[in-house]
Design a protein around this ligand. Sequence first.
Ligand SMILES: [Zn+2]
Length: 437
Amino acid sequence: MSKLLIRGGTIVTMTGPARAPLTTDLAVEDGLIKALFPVGDALPRWQPDETIDATGLLVLPGFSNTHSHAAMTILRGMADDFPLKEWLEAKIWPAETRLSREDVYWGALLGLAEMIRSGITSLADMYFYAEEVARAVEEAGVRALLARGLFSRAWEASLNEGLDLHQRWQGRGNGRISVALAPHAPYTCSPPHLKEVRQLAGQLGVPIHIHLAETRREVEESRKNHGLTPVEFLERLGLFEVPVLAAHCVHLSPSDVELIARRQVQVSHNPVSNAKLGSGIAPLPALLHSGARVALGTDGAASSNRLDMFGTMRQAGFLQKAANEDPTFPDAYQLLRLATQGGSQLFPGSGQITPGANADLILIDPDRPHLTPSWDVYSSLVYSTQPQDVRTVIIGGRTVMKDWELLTIDEAAVIREVRKRAAGLASHEVQAPLRDR
Ligand SMILES: [Zn+2]
């Protein structure tokens, strides 16, 4: 029975419509928010084991990063400025064949350190050697929906590892860890394999995590090969009969948008990765207006370079404002909702500050030049805040970063280890000068 009191913070609850935050005390018990009550009052017969003074700090729900490959931090900056197909086939997949289990473990720990510093308290991740990612997640103390990426070219092996991950890790870490099945994409998994995944997901009661409609080329090839868009193709195979987390969803027809909304597909919008790889701009206004579930994701550090939810919120907003020549949509509060509540279907009980919710909380220090003055808290949080302003992070009632110090990860050791391992990988890579690419 661990009891934590967060005293005197300015609470941004993210419940209901945008409203001015209130300064209150916040009681946490057994990983859940117990009560919000006037500053300095006491709860009857309730004594905290630990008190955090949040006077002058903003307290808000932690962010959900709904599409990541945490271990890819080890490939950060290895192959910039390529289109997706070339980036994957000529750069990333060959580099990944050289990654060891230990590389994945250390890369994942580095990714989790970076995410915690950016206020991310839960992530949906897909990768190989996923049990190493799970090991890192358990140690770091974050909440996660993990999966082994599945490919038809190595179906038996990848599927067995994916099912093994489910058997060994589902519900571990006091229930913080859950496991999905993750066919990589409609173009890397055959129709019989996709149907098999749908059946297994239904039997196990787990969601499917998949890349979907990421590039124009993917849509063109799907139309050529199947006479259907990638979204229609998955509908035809029955995938949407189970819960699906679909990353990217950049190139959608109006009927794709309608189908995604009707089938309650959870969209993970990855604006930084999509922009950097030149994939395009997802139709966020159409998705939101249709009532689709939309959350934000960073994708891996090899394609977005930083696992930064503040940068992701800004990019999501600015791309739409520029592309549609409409500065009004989405507004700061809508963007903050995508980052907090957008993923609450994947992480039930996270994304808002209300009694009974998960105590996944971040404390932000607004005592900074770039956060001064603050006319509107949502404007400050979305348009001006950066990861370095996140001071303390609590996940499931446990403090994982206190006053900028990571408590569950030996950050210096992780940085040292990843540098060493990346240098080992780089010695195999023939680096072409930029002009020859
Ligand atoms: Zn991805």
